[in-house]
Design a protein around this ligand. Structure first.
Ligand code: CU
Length: 366
């Protein structure tokens, strides 16, 4: 009993001294997300662990009860113990109970999964995401502003070279660094899976786009508190759209129809402002690990100003539009891959992701 008390005190002490509060402890290691879906998945995880712990404690108690009170001793030596096989009611009970347990877990899993995968027509922002080796292009397909007015940003569907009316083969040309150049889209290099360029008719092009380059991490600006739809497509190989803080990722496929995939998913909202790193989560080639982007969640008012700024300043870069709403013009949660070998390996985030606003800055009227 003394030893048991010591172990319990040790466990409690370790828990208290690790400095995590009750909420953290109840999360049982589940990371904190920034969407209502992430919250629901966390709740499912918490309750599943509690159910497993209840079952675990019951089993441990039975084991310790047996080994404590039913040990072999001299009196029982050579005596054949009482047999309980073929007890039909008992066997039915312990077959039924696990079935009930998995049925309950399955029920709540389906409820949460349906919410995570759920879609409706209430999205206030529709983003076209195009992944390509090795970067991202984000376009604003549709925005419903806070005052209820709608901005339709969709320009065309089709392969990048056709849309621009250019001859293909310009893969060496530089991307416009994180910017939109008034209808001139950043080129998406390379054919997909050996197919001709002109079959990539599922790719979408918008009036306002942000294209990442080797020297600039693309920053996708989104509002907090609004439902957001992502329409993801790959121009070449399979990539994966992953914002760790959404606690969600989805493979980005080329030819979504032929590959029988659903390229659209939604999040209920982003619950707080800040900068959140995004990554490619599908091994897609040499520079896969450098295929980063950033989600910059800003207030709905700032988001409206941002879109209006980019609407009325089509020549301005994304960095200039960010600065116009007093946001750090470049990604703060990650940095572009340093191709110089003398960089000393000092690659890390450069700013404060919790507050990427610019100090002493006045917002521009658009
Ligand atoms: Cu990738």
């Amino acid at each position: 009993m003394k030893r048991l008390g010591f172990v319990a005190a040790l466990g409690l002490g370790a828990l208290l001294m690790s400095g995590c509060d009750a909420r953290d402890a109840m999360r049982f290691g589940w990371p904190e997300g920034i969407t209502p879906q992430a919250q629901k998945m966390g709740d499912l995880w918490t309750w599943s662990v509690i159910a497993a712990l209840v079952m675990g404690i019951l089993v441990w108690a039975l084991i310790f009860w047996t080994i404590t009170f039913h040990r072999a001793n001299d009196a029982k030596k050579g005596v054949f113990p009482r047999q309980t096989a073929y007890n039909v009611p008992l066997e039915l009970t312990y077959t039924a109970i696990p079935f009930v347990i998995i049925a309950v877990l399955f029920y709540f899993t389906v409820i949460v999964q349906n919410d995570v995968e759920g879609k409706n027509d209430d999205s206030k922002v529709v983003v076209d995401v195009t992944a390509f080796q090795w970067n991202w292009k984000f376009g604003y397909n549709k925005v419903i502003f806070s005052d209820g007015s709608t901005y339709d940003g969709f320009e065309a569907a089709g392969n990048p070279f056709e849309v621009q009316g250019q001859v293909s083969g310009g893969a060496e040309s530089e991307h416009a660094g994180g910017s939109d150049h008034g209808g001139e889209h950043g080129e998406l290099p390379g054919p997909a899976g050996g197919r001709d360029d002109d079959v990539r008719d599922y790719l979408k092009f918008d009036k306002i786009e942000t294209v990442g380059s080797s020297s600039e991490v693309p920053v996708l600006v989104l509002p907090t508190g609004k439902r957001i739809e992502f329409n993801i497509a790959s121009a070449d190989v399979i990539h994966s759209f992953w914002v760790p803080e959404f606690l969600y990722k989805r493979d980005v496929m080329p030819f979504p129809k032929e590959n029988s995939t659903d390229p659209i998913f939604q999040i209920g909202s982003i619950d707080r402002t800040g900068a959140f790193v995004g990554r490619c989560a599908e091994m897609c080639g040499t520079y896969h690990s450098m295929m980063n982007f950033e989600v910059r969640a800003v207030s709905p008012e700032d988001f409206d100003s941002y879109i209006r700024f980019r609407q009325s300043n089509p020549e301005a870069t994304n960095a200039e539009a960010l600065a116009a709403i007093c946001q750090a013009p470049e990604a703060v949660s990650t940095v572009p891959f340093d191709t110089r070998r003398d960089g000393g390996g000092k690659v890390g985030a450069t700013g404060n992701p919790d507050d990427p606003t610019l100090a002493n800055c006045t917002k521009k009227e658009s």
